[in-house]
Design a protein around this ligand. Structure first.
Ligand code: HEC
Length: 172
């Protein structure tokens, strides 16, 4: 009986060693390395499925500000940011109302004066309790969201006298 258990633990040790050996030899990719052809002649690492965000989606410079970009930003903001930041950006999102830590309002003096890049960078890297969105929102979409936050800020902080004549006429 004793001999048998010694044998069993020896065998177990050998197989563990073998497993370690294999793990040490397996290929590894570094973040941001370009895709290469793997041993099975397939492209390695696997390519992202449609409508997912690739790990290779590195930070990019800001795209041109257009109505299309703003519309895209509104759509993405409402999907990804409203649960906490709310539709107006005042930090009154649905899950905040149910107890999640309250984010700061985008209409504070500090966030109104921050460069647009700050919104992009917070969405890219996270901020304090807020996690990064880089793995689910593409770089261009993060810029689009940043542009839309600027529009949200303008919507809450523009004096009536600064509005175009035609728009002012519609106010009461
Ligand atoms: C799950 C809730 C949640 C979601 C969703 C969320 N945030 Fe936040 N956000 C927070 C919290 C909480 C803070 C405050 C974090 C802290 O100060 O520790 C914050 C802070 C911020 C700030 C303020 C940084 C500063 O300078 O004070 C910005 C900008 C921001 N978020 C942008 C975004 C954008 C853009 C999105 C959508 C892509 C988003 N957030 C989605 C919770 C969220």
């Amino acid at each position: 009986m004793i001999r048998l258990s010694i044998l069993a633990s020896l065998l177990c040790g050998v197989s563990l060693l073998a497993a370690c050996d294999n793990m040490a030899k397996q290929p590894r990719d570094k973040t941001w390395t370009p895709a290469s052809v793997g041993p099975d002649r397939k492209v390695w690492p696997p390519q992202p499925a449609p409508n997912t965000v690739a790990r290779e989606d590195r930070p990019q410079p800001a795209p041109a500000l257009t109505p299309t970009l703003l519309a895209r930003g509104k759509e993405r903001y409402e999907i990804y940011c409203t649960p906490c930041h709310g539709y107006l950006g005042d930090g009154d999102g649905m899950i905040v109302r149910r107890g999640f830590p309250r984010p700061p309002s985008f209409h504070s003096e500090a966030l109104r004066n921050t460069p647009t890049r700050h919104f992009y960078e917070v969405a890219t890297n996270g901020w304090g309790a807020m996690y990064s969105y880089a793995d689910r929102v593409t770089s261009d979409d993060r810029w689009a969201i940043a542009a839309y936050i600027r529009a949200l800020q303008a919507s809450q902080n523009t004096a009536a006298t600064e509005l175009p004549e035609a728009v002012r006429g519609t106010l009461r």
